[in-house]
Design a protein around this ligand. Sequence first.
Ligand code: SF4
Length: 308
Amino acid sequence: MARSWLEYKAPAWVQWCPGCGDFGILNAIYRAVAELDIPPERLVVVGGIGCSGRTTFYVKGSNAHALHGRAIPLATGIKLARPELTVIVAGGDGDLLGIGGGHFVALGRRNVDITVILFNNAVYGLTKGQAAPTLPAWVQTKALTSPNIHDNVNPVLLAFASGYTFIARGYAYHTNQLKELIKAGIRHKGAALIDVLQPCPTYNNVMTNKWYEERIYYVDEEGYDPVIRSADDMRNKLPRIMEKLMEFGNRIPLGILYWNQTRDSFEERLEKLMPGYLQAPPGTRRIDIEGRPVIDPFEVFKDRVIQT
Ligand code: SF4
């Protein structure tokens, strides 16, 4: 029997604004990990700085709160040290695509088995509503003194170009559908991005629930097939996949947009390079016996000593 989602509810007062889309994402995470029966001690949620970063305090797990933009490298270190853990990154569009943009790209190149949940509200909510990297050009939200003159980053297209092998988009208020996307992202062996459109009722007075509800639709209702199983699949399906990854205007597609099942994960590549890595990863090895290191550094580096 699956666990109750209540097992994952940390005893902390949730401090988001009333009506914030973050509540829907948090609920979808609770239910996804409960249905996948992931023991809380084997779950790691890594958050960055921003309203979304507080997710690490609200989910029971072996969590970590990183510096601004550094959630992905911290999560990568945790996952590679203990590959058996389920590692989720919870970060905002400012954190992951602004200051953390380089790390976002690096995760795709490596295809580490981590699920990134992008809380995408197009503003820096925690610092009073400045324009974030996903705010479209010429949109003026209430904290801006003039319309935004930057073009926006498209997170799903950037993820595709970077090498993520699972890319989906959900909507924060559609908790059931979002839960299924998060489950699929966690099950996938490789870098997964779930771009979650998330109204910020306090600072984004343009991209509201009404604004999203008038535009969003689910790709699976149109018979869309995002799965890549071979090079031929890639050739044949690429034009349609690009269409869905680039569509963001009067219509915004939700669901699994791209799912490449042909590429090995970083952990599998490490296993090829260092046989035995997955059986005895670094995080499970003893580094000392009664306070003395198990490795003699003088022995390890003896060939590199420069004689003077
Ligand atoms: Fe949510 Fe916006 Fe409030 Fe942050 S500022 S908690 S994103 S409504």
